[in-house]
Every structure is written in C-alpha cells, then in structure tokens.
Design a protein around this ligand. Sequence first.
Ligand code: G6P
Length: 374
Amino acid sequence: EQINKGHYEHYMQKEIHEQPESLTTTMRGRLIRLGSNKSKSVLLGGLKDHLKTIRRSRRIVFIGCGTSYNAALAARPILEELSGVPVTMEIASDLLDREGPIYREDTAVFVSQSGETADTLLALQYALDNGALCVGITNTVGSAIARNTHCGVHINAGAEIGVASTKAYTSQIVVMVMLALAIGGDTLSNKAKREAIIDGLFDLPNKVREVLKLDQEMKDLAKLLIAEQSLLVFGRGYNYATAIEGALKVKEVALMHSEGILAGEMKHGPLALVDENLPIVVIATRDACFSKQQSVIQQLHARRGRLIVMCSKGDTVSVCPNESCRVIEVPQVEDCLQPVINVVPLQLLAYHLTVLRGFNVDQPRNLAKSVTTQ
Ligand code: G6P
C-alpha cells in the first residue's frame, strides 16, 4: 500500500498531485497536428463510426452520478457551443425515478469512473430499451458500462483509489471537451475557437502543475476554516460545475456542510444566509460571466459576506472589495478548460480540511468508491 502511495500520505493527495500526468495520459494519441499547415484535430478511435449519428441526434443527454455527473455538467456548455445540439443533464437515479423520456433519436452519454455504478447501469439499460445510441465514458476498461454501450471513450486516468474522485474528474472533463471537438464540425466559423482549445489542451498539464503550487496556501486556508460548520461555493457558466464539485469534495471527505450555488440564483434564497460569519467562496475567473461575478461579489460584500474569491492571475484588485477578502489566484486558460484548473485548489482545500479535522481522507464515513447497489 505504502509503495503505491509513493511519498504521499494518502491516495487522495497522490491523485490530486498526479493530475498533470493523468491528464497527459488521457490526451495521449488523441490530439493531432495535421500536415504542413499544422491544422489541429481530435481523434477518438472508439467513436469514429458513430460521429455522424451523434451529430444528427435530436439531443445529447448526459447521465451519471456524483462527481461524474458534475464533470458532464462542466463540459455541457462547450458541447452545446461546438455541436449546436441541445444537451440535457440527468442524474441517473432521477431519470429512473421519473422514467423520463429517452428517444431513438437521442444520444445518451453515460459518464462513470468505475463503470459499475448501479443507478448509471440501470439508466443505461433503460436508454438501450428506448433505442437511444449509448456512449460510455469510463475509467475502467471492461467495466459493465464500457461493455454494454454501443461505443465510447476510456478516460485513461489510471487507477483511482481514494473514494473521493479527483483525477478522474479532471480527465473526464478533458475527454468530454475532446468529445465536443469531435462532434462539433470543422466549420470556418469555429476554427479559431477549436484551435485555441486544442492549444489549451496541449498546455493544460503545465497549467495544472502551476495551480498545484497553491498547496500550502490551501493548507493555510483550511486552518482558517477548520472549525466552520458550513461553506458556500458560488459559481456560474463553465464554473457552476466547479462550485458543486468543490462543495461535494468538502462535504464528502471533510464532513463539513457545503453547498455549491449557481450565482445567478443568489437572490432567490442563498442571499438570506449571508452574514459576517459564513465563509463563501466565489469563483470569478475571466470568462464571459466575469462582470456578473464582480457584481455578485459587490452584493455579497454589501451584506458583509466573508469572502474568499478565486480569480485569474493578476486580477486581485479587480475582484477584491476590501482587505479582509481572501484571494486565490489561478492561471487563466481557455474558458471551457478553466474548470479543470479551478477545481484543483478546492480539491486541495478539501484534502487539508479533512486531515486537519482528523478524518479518514481515503475512506470517508459511510461512503463507497463504487455504489453497486440501489
Ligand atoms: C460514489 C463515489 C464518487 C463517484 C460516484 C459515481 O459516490 O464515492 O466518487 O463520483 O460514486 O461513481 P462512478 O464510478 O459512476 O463515477
């Protein structure tokens, strides 16, 4: 066991820190520069015979549980943008509870680290029965979901041992961004965007290496938050998923109540919770939602909110309303890849909070790595 952990104390810690390598493995052989003009493309072998059908589908439905669902949520905007196909989200158990409509003209994408989660598997059976094209995105070759879907993509993040998913999450996002590139046609209008994303993917492991340097800073923040009862995380757009995934990490391992909140919904309830005691993380890195997040920060500040703002490098002055506001500066990347960067400080925070609070990092109370019963 000790050997597998290398010089790390816990699997979760090791898996957080090996993300530059796991992301590299996920992308290996899948991003290509073609010909003398170096035009760039994506090759997902497991999908090549089905891309036409996926492009023609009436909608794409992402289905998963827990962190895998959150990863799909992070990739949804870029898939919509590049493919033009409507993308809807289903938590597997909820789809089954409602027996929600799934049609022959749908592409159902099943996202699962283990490939064995009972609810996701049952939802797969349901989608197959309804005639949808079923695509699997899993980290486990030969898993039930990999075997029973029509086609798919392996995440290739390497074995993940910690119950709380970390490196599989970032690799899942990268796979789904590549999926968006593969499905979205090579039109002239989106050429520049596609190339920027591919360049961003090539550079992503380096940027993750950079953001991992925040380890000590996140440990210091964890010390400050150690005795708190609750932590809110506000995000929107590409980083709504980051907010709910960050909150999920904090609650599942650090056993602290935490809630990810869509910042656009702030006035419809969450604002009532704001006072000078409750810590609030606001994700306000540069993208199309930046100015809206600046205004959210102002409004939280006006209600004396205790703010921790995550912003792009160099943006402290633009986001910080006063000196008591704490800042987490992260490297800026292409907007659809920013969730991969932004989740890392929150993973580190959850990890350090857990260790400082004396809880079991790798096997949190009452949770299992793979939930194979309903
Ligand atoms: C459990 C794990 C989570 C995981 C979820 C879905 O709850 O503790 O880390 O995200 O199952 O698992 P899957 O293997 O389908 O991604």
